[in-house]
Design a protein around this ligand. Sequence first.
Ligand SMILES: *Cc1c(COP(=O)(O)O)cnc(C)c1O
Length: 359
Amino acid sequence: MSRPTQVSLNLQALRDNVAVARDLAGAARVMAVVKADAYGHGAVTIAAALSPLVDALAVACLEEALVLRAAGVEAPILLLEGVFAEDELAQVAAHSLWLTVANLEQLAWLEQATLSTPVPCWLKVDTGMNRLGIRVADAVNCYGRLERCSNAADRPVLYTHFACADNPGNTASAEQLELFNAVPCNAPRSAANSAALLCLPASRYDWVRPGYMLYGNSPLADPDDNVQSLQPVMTFTSRVIALREVAAGRSVGYGATFVARRPTLIATIAAGYGDGYPRQAPNGTPVLVNGQRATLAGRVSMDMLTVDVTGLEGIEIGSAVTLWGDGLPVDEVARYAGTVGYELLTRLPSRPPRVVTAP
Ligand SMILES: *Cc1c(COP(=O)(O)O)cnc(C)c1O
């Protein structure tokens, strides 16, 4: 038997989550975002499962798209950051990728290039995120240049990205939509990420671009807004490899950050920050042991972590452990660790093997 730490992937959950997204999207087409190795799930596995179900995929950059093309993924793939230099454009055309144009330099590169075939383009407009995209004031002019550019395929899409869609109560998204709607281009449009798709029907337009929700997690900041219809695709599991009684007053782990207040049963689990579990997770962070909620006790180490299982039923060496996923949302663990589930998922190292449990 090998080290019992793995990342299980439930592809049926993925397909069910796509169905939820499709339902919300109505007539809009669905572009599934698989950047950052499909949010840490494994881009090739996820893209292959998604390709028959969605209208297009999206990644951050050419390198990520080429991995998918090399694995035989034939769906359209949008590069969300476009290219970083003019010489990448030949590959964009050769591999039938879709191109974001997000600034005047990228537009000029496209206009100057000699390409084997015209490239479908998405013109990104900055409506308030102030991170990427051309200015609203330049949108009409840039869109016109794209329409006249022989390297750009017909009917470029106009798109924008929300800064605060994860917080449906605020007014920022409505202000961004107002600016976006005021751009006088007769273009197909796209605005919605997962949070907007879930909470902001006015943002659906012609294409929606969900990522996080497809993996079964809630993109919304407020934990009370959890989205019941989604199921986690990833479950991060391990097992108990040691058990000991720790007397009251004794500490557990590096730095002695947990001190037992009563006789305490400590289970040691074969996963640590070297497997992608956050070292920042404090005492009290929930962990499922043998299906029951237990709490982290002591600092997370590289290969192991320790959990207070005092009073739980049937705990023994070999007991199953869920660090997040089915029964324990990654965002709940992330809140304890002071971050978001997006970060925990995308920074998972390759050390825990990805295993497809529900094909
Ligand atoms: C990452 C990304 C998305 C998907 O966001 P989620 O919150 O994961 O749904 C959509 N659009 C753009 C431009 C992105 O960068």
